[in-house]
Design a protein around this ligand. Structure first.
Ligand code: GDP
Length: 310
């Protein structure tokens, strides 16, 4: 991949896609293509093929997906499996037909087996049963990874995959019903502080462990992989360390400056007990994260305060 390549970001309006757009622009990429949701529905095969065959991009970042936190995955599994299967199947096949030089597919750390050894290596994929709260999403993403692998094998294309850990940052979803834990807690603490509420409600037991990566670091990792002509296969992308949900909660409380109590709601699911990625493969390629969790939360909180003002 080089700066003059025609580069299509699928899903540029989302958290990862928008970070990719900022990162590629900052690096001087000259020919970036995007499409608004209303103009191109990637779940429609004919529309997707027509777009690819007329635009003929060289490079594709496939960051379009239906994503959400534990409650959204549990409540809307049909939408998670259908939307993701449709989007990725159409994009990967159309990219092959249109002669795309390189494609980056985004998987997720939640597609590894629920109880696999930690930290999780890329080769643990498909070695055990999945976490039930996000099985539909995981199955779709696994199909995407496998599709890239088999298209590489049969058609000789160059489709690479990355497996991000739990991401957060600007343009995240702060809707308390559908978001992931980090933006949900930022918002809950902020609102509790504003309204002087005596406690903040945290879902589950607080004991599950999660690894978090700021989306700017994720975008850097994606571009790093794509700029390296030697990269291939699947790369885990994380920060290499995890925290308990309780530790995350306390850190967010400090950043926001909330003094009240925590109330853990055990009627809500914990999800998988732990998903810490082994990031040796991508670190050997020369990438490492720039932001600590505390720096990333401070940056995201500042962005959130600014965005609700507007
Ligand atoms: P997961 O990583 O796929 O399980 O997705 P989430 O980011 O939604 O949840 C991670 C963990 O945080 C789970 O154990 C949740 O129960 C817990 N959690 C605690 N409070 C919240 C909250 O307010 N929202 C969400 N989404 N999760 C929460």
């Amino acid at each position: 991949m080089n700066k003059t390549n025609k580069t299509y970001i699928a899903g540029h309006g989302g958290m990862v896609g928008s970070a990719l757009l900022r990162t590629l622009r900052n690096k001087g990429y000259e020919s970036i293509i995007t499409r608004e949701l209303g103009d191109l529905d990637l779940r429609r095969q004919a529309e997707t093929e027509e777009f690819f065959l007329s635009e003929k991009p060289d490079i594709v970042f496939l960051a379009a997906a239906k994503v959400g936190g534990i409650a959204a995955n549990n409540t809307y599994p049909a939408e998670f499996i259908y939307d993701n299967l449709a989007i990725q199947t159409n994009v990967i096949h159309a990219a092959y037909r249109a002669g795309v030089k390189r494609l980056l597919f985004l998987g997720s750390s939640c597609i590894y087996p629920k109880l696999c050894p930690q930290p999780i290596k890329e080769e643990y994929l498909l070695t055990g049963s999945l976490e039930p709260t996000n099985e539909a999403y995981a199955l779709a993403k696994i199909a995407g990874l496998e599709m890239c692998k088999h298209y590489n094998a049969q058609y000789g294309v160059d489709f690479v995959s990355v497996m991000p850990t739990n991401l957060y940052g600007e343009n995240d979803n702060f809707n308390l019903e559908t978001s992931h834990v980090l933006p949900a807690l930022l918002r809950k603490f902020h609102e509790a502080k504003q309204a002087n509420l005596p406690f903040v409600e945290v879902w589950g037991s607080g004991t599950p462990r999660r690894e978090f990566l700021h989306v700017n670091d994720m975008a850097e990792a994606c571009v790093h992989v794509m700029e390296n002509p030697e990269s291939s296969g699947v790369y885990n992308v994380g920060c290499g360390e995890d925290v308990t949900i309780r530790e995350l909660t306390e850190l967010i409380g400090q950043v926001v400056g909330y003094q009240g109590d925590l109330k853990f709601d055990s009627s809500k699911p914990d999800g998988t007990p732990r998903k810490l990625l082994d990031i040796s493969r991508i670190t050997e390629l020369g990438w490492k994260p720039a932001l600590t969790l505390e720096q990333g939360i401070k940056q995201t909180y500042a962005w959130y305060c600014e965005s609700i003002k507007n």
